[in-house]
Design a protein around this ligand. Structure first.
Ligand code: FAD
Ligand code: FES
Length: 284
């Protein structure tokens, strides 16, 4: 179904934007953890993006994307009032959210912070004490700090270069917090694969339940094509219908990283063609 862009906000100019989309049917059903699959134009590929927020009354959903290749670069050319050709969702299993006695730590890295936002909000809504730990390479690349501060009593920040907050990695802040507070009930991590793998390694000695949201390559998003298969606890799972969230201690991150880079050369060629003004077969 087509969807109109009602609002576009540039979060990091030229790199990351937030779109508010008219999607009443998706907004009515979407839960934290869900994603959409969209197609920008007739001959374009289908890409998955997490639902970062919803407004059921306004009938809108929010997505946040990093311009990484051809499709996200094409999406970035759209303006308020333009239409996205196809928007399909909500897809994926909802996050398992229930009241915990102890705090829930939500860790987000890069664009993953926006995706983690919806999950953190869900935990807050059921009465959990949510601690957000967010990280970026530098202060200018940090997303959603103000949005998380609206409902998280604690938002801890790290930057690789020390330009804001703790100088270092989110996992250092996480380890400190886990050492200081044995009552932490659950850790949720959304971000680059190496970050999620590092979060799982950090929580392992503490025995805390750790949920990671996997960004495997997806095509149909409904369990038919097998593109998104991941190994979890030695079993093959389809991230689109069995996930995208899984137990971080059981995920084969090495295999996931290798599958994510399987089409790198083709992706690069396609992005270069787009940047050099090559006209898409759909005419745009
Ligand atoms: C469940 C899920 C939720 C996601 N949520 C977000 C989000 O909220 N914001 C965001 O910026 N990104 C998100 N992603 C990643 C996003 O789908 C890719 O960045 C996007 O597809 C890149 O497409 P491209 O054509 O611009 O880049 P390309 O050059 O085609 O690819 C760049 C990289 O993106 C990944 N990728 C490419 N095609 C796909 C595909 N069909 N499915 C999944 N990954 C792909 C691969 O790692 C690839 O190397 C999510 C992925 C999944 C699986
Ligand atoms: S994307 Fe096709 S099976 Fe998951």
């Amino acid at each position: 179904m087509p969807s109109r862009i009602l609002k576009k906000r540039s979060l990091i100019p030229g790199q990351t934007s937030e779109l508010t989309l008219e999607a009443p049917h998706i907004a009515a059903k979407a839960k934290p953890g869900n994603f959409v699959i969209l197609r920008v134009c007739e001959n374009g590929e289908r890409i998955p993006l997490t639902i970062a927020d919803t407004d059921k009354d306004a009938g809108t959903i929010t997505i946040v994307y990093l311009v990484l290749g051809k499709t996200t670069a094409h999406l970035e050319t759209l303006k308020e009032g333009d239409e996205i050709l196809d928007l399909c969702g909500p897809l994926g299993k909802d996050t398992d959210i229930h009241k915990h006695a102890g705090p829930v730590i939500c860790v987000g890295g890069g664009t993953g912070i926006a995706a983690m936002h919806h999950i953190a909000k869900g935990h807050h809504t059921v009465g959990n004490h949510v601690i957000a730990i967010i990280g970026a390479r530098n202060k200018d690349l940090l997303l959603f700090e103000a949005e998380l501060k609206r409902f998280c009593p604690e938002v801890l920040v790290s930057t690789d270069d020390g330009s804001y907050g703790h100088k270092g990695l989110v996992t250092e802040l996480l380890e400190e917090r886990l050492k200081a507070d044995p009552s932490v009930a659950e850790v949720v991590a959304v971000g680059p694969v190496p970050m999620m793998a590092a979060v799982a390694r950090t929580t392992k000695p503490f025995g805390v339940k750790t949920v990671v949201s996997l960004n495997s390559i997806m095509v149909d998003g409904i369990g038919m094509c097998g593109a998104c298969r991941v190994s979890v606890g030695g079993k093959t799972q389809f991230a689109c219908v069995d996930g995208p969230e899984f137990d971080g201690q059981l995920v084969d991150f090495k295999e996931l990283s290798s599958r994510l880079s399987a089409f790198k050369t083709m992706e690069q060629i396609s992005y270069e063609k787009f940047r050099s003004g090559h006209v898409c077969t759909c005419g745009k």
